[in-house]
Design a protein around this ligand. Sequence first.
Ligand code: C5P
Length: 232
Amino acid sequence: MAVHALIPAAGSGRRMGADGNKQYLELGDRPILARTLARLAALTCIDALHVIVPDDERSFCRDQVVDRFGLTKVRSIVAGGVERQDSVRNGLAACGAADDDVILIHDGVRPFFPTAQIAVLAAAAAVEGAAVLAIPAQDTIKEVVAGRVVRTLERGRLWQVQTPQAFRFAVIDEAHRRALAVGFAGTDDAALVEWHGGPVAIVPGSPFNFKLTTPADLALARALLAAGLVEG
Ligand code: C5P
């Protein structure tokens, strides 16, 4: 059984307010995406990386990230799609995995994922079909319609889900095919598996594994790194 990591990094980064794509912003001594890829590549449980970027950024990504930082585990640089779900589907089609292989799907803009949990996550996916990193919700979450609270959800049952998310290839490929056929859109990959009834296991994540979306996230990431509070 091989483990392939797909790294969707084909978003526009509008909320970061940067000129170029947010994953190329510097974090410490290297672009965010290079940091994420290097940490994945260092894990012995991962056999191959497949990076997904906008079609017109593929050669830039090869030169400025993959070759520049010697990321020899990167097997392919795949053209992304309009939505994240389209990008992941392109990655699934290009990665050449077998049905029993494990696919890890990890946002290019989450550099501080907990490395010690990744082999656990992959093993859980091999057994259960699907597994995600998650942490218990700390805030109270309310459902709001037209500016008014309609319901307070029971916090003890709520988890904030992160990436990597891991799947047996046959499970996630089938889920994406079915979603495409009827136009179902999920906000993460596990939602597509849940939608057609598949089990999804929870593996403990980390509060440092946040997604770098806004300038505030980037400032926090730089401060954590400078203070030595996260593994580089
Ligand atoms: O937009 P969001 O913050 O949810 O993006 C999460 C990850 O998905 C980012 O790494 C982003 O580059 C990627 N993405 C993608 N293709 C898109 C949109 C987002 O690969 N069309």
